[in-house]
Design a protein around this ligand. Structure first.
Ligand SMILES: [Zn+2]
Length: 370
C-alpha cells in the first residue's frame, strides 16, 4: 500500500469570518472520523483496489491576506488560480503549519472561489448556502483530487470532447452521480448538494497504477482464444475473482449500480482503451456503451461478448473469442502492466503507453474492417 499525505487548508478570505459548516464536517469528509461515510480516503481506497491510502490532515481556519474580490482565477486565467494556492500556502506558513510533509493540498475557501485540481493543489469552496452542488461533493472532489494524481478527463471513443464517459469520476460534469447516503442536503430545487461517484474507470485505474494486477485476466498474444471470464464489480476488491480483463489492450470491466456506482442506473459491462494518457469508452456493435447480455464489441474474428450478468450475485460472464489471426506474433506480448511491473526503471509510462497503442493498432477493429 502507498500512502499519499495531503494537507487540507480551511481558508477565510480577508474580512470574512464566516465558517459555513461545522468543523466536524470537514474532518468527516477528509479524515478518519468519516471513514465508511463515503469520504475521500474511502473513495481512493476503493478505486485503487486498496493500494492507495489518502492520508489527509485538516488545518485551519486560517485567514488569507487577500479579500474574495481579489480572486481573479479561472480556466482562462490559470495564473490567478495558482495565486490562490500561493495565498493559502502563505497563510499556512503564517500560522506555523509545515507543508513540507505533504504531497499535495486541498484549499477550501469559506466563500465562492473556484473548483479545480492539479499537481499544484485542489481548490474548492462551500459557502453553506446550498444553492447548487457543492465543491465539497465527493463526486466533484474525486475528479479534482484525481487531477492531483495526474489523471485527465475521460472521453467517449470517437470524440475529443472531455467529460463524455458517464461511468467515470473524471467526467463528473456529465457523469452519473448518486445521492450521498450521509450528506443528504438538497437545494430548494431538490438536487443533491453532495452527490458521490461514480468510481474510476478501469483505464484511469490502470494509468494511475492502482489496478491489482493479480486480479486481471490478461490475454495479449495473437493466438486463438475462446474463453469465458467471470468478472466481479471493478471496485469490489473484497470479493474473490477477476476484477478486470485486458484483452489485447482493450480493458473490460463490470460495474454494478451500488456503492460509488449507485448512480449508473443498471449493471453494465464496459470496454475502455487508453491513448496518450486519456481513457476512451468504446461503443459496442450497436453503438451502445453500457454492455448488457448479448452486447458484442469487435467483429467475429476477435470479439468481446457479454454472456450474462448476475446482478444479485455481483458477477458478469464475458466471452473472449478470436481466431489465430496473427501467426507470427511472439508467444508472450507484454501488456502495459507487465512493462511497468517488470522494468519500472527502464521503461517510462509514455513508452509503455505507446507500446499499448501499438497493440491496439495491431488488433484495432478498424483494421479488421469493423
Ligand atoms: Zn476536471
Amino acid at each position: 500500500m502507498t500512502t499519499s499525505r495531503w494537507a487540507v487548508l480551511l481558508c477565510k478570505f480577508k474580512g470574512d469570518d464566516s465558517e459555513p459548516l461545522p468543523r466536524a464536517r470537514y474532518e468527516e469528509l477528509f479524515t478518519g472520523p468519516g471513514l465508511g461515510r463515503w469520504n475521500m480516503p474511502d473513495f481512493f481506497c476503493a478505486v485503487s483496489h486498496g493500494q492507495l491510502e489518502l492520508a489527509m490532515d485538516v488545518h485551519g481556519w486560517m485567514e488569507l491576506a487577500q479579500k474574495q474580490s481579489e480572486y481573479v482565477g479561472s480556466g482562462a486565467n490559470p495564473q490567478g488560480r495558482l495565486d490562490l494556492i500561493t495565498w493559502a500556502r502563505e497563510a499556512a506558513a503564517g500560522a506555523g503549519i509545515d507543508l513540507s510533509p505533504y504531497a499535495n493540498l486541498v484549499v477550501v475557501t469559506n466563500a465562492p472561489s473556484d473548483l479545480f485540481g492539479g499537481g499544484s493543489g485542489v481548490v474548492c469552496y462551500d459557502d453553506g448556502r446550498n444553492l447548487a452542488m457543492s465543491g465539497l461533493a465527493p463526486g466533484l472532489l474525486g475528479q479534482e483530487i484525481g487531477h492531483g494524481f495526474g489523471l485527465a478527463h475521460s472521453r467517449l471513443d470517437g470524440t475529443t470532447d472531455d467529460y463524455t464517459d458517464p461511468f467515470d469520476v473524471m467526467s463528473t460534469a456529465r457523469a452519473r452521480m448518486a445521492d450521498n447516503p450521509f450528506w443528504t442536503t438538497r437545494t430548494v430545487r431538490g438536487d443533491a448538494v453532495y452527490p458521490i461517484g461514480p468510481g474510476l474507470n478501469a483505464g484511469n485505474m490502470t494509468i494511475a497504477g492502482w489496478v491489482d494486477q493479480s486480479r486481471v485476466r490478461r490475454i495479449t498474444s495473437g493466438h486463438a482464444v475462446d474463453t469465458v471470464v467471470e468478472l466481479r464489480p471493478l471496485h469490489r476488491h473484497d470479493l474473490p475473482g477477476f476484477l478486470m480483463i485486458d484483452y489485447r489492450g482493450l480493458l473490460v470491466e463490470f460495474r454494478h449500480n451500488s456503492d460509488w456506482d449507485a448512480g449508473i442506473g443498471a449493471p453494465a459491462v464496459l470496454v475502455h482503451r487508453i491513448e496518450d494518457g486519456i481513457t476512451y469508452l468504446v461503443k459496442d456493435q450497436n453503438g451502445q456503451t453500457a454492455g448488457v447480455p448479448g452486447s458484442t464489441w469487435g467483429p467475429q474474428i476477435s470479439s468481446i461478448t457479454v454472456e450474462s450478468i448476475d446482478a444479485a450475485n455481483l458477477s458478469a460472464r464475458v466471452r473472449l473469442k478470436s481466431i489465430n489471426f496473427v501467426p507470427d506474433i511472439p508467444e508472450f506480448e507484454p501488456s502495459l502492466a507487465d512493462l511497468m511491473e517488470q522494468q519500472p526503471h527502464e521503461i517510462s509510462v509514455a513508452a509503455a503507453l505507446a507500446r499499448v497503442g501499438e497493440e491496439l493498432r495491431f488488433s484495432s477493429p478498424t483494421e479488421l474492417g469493423m
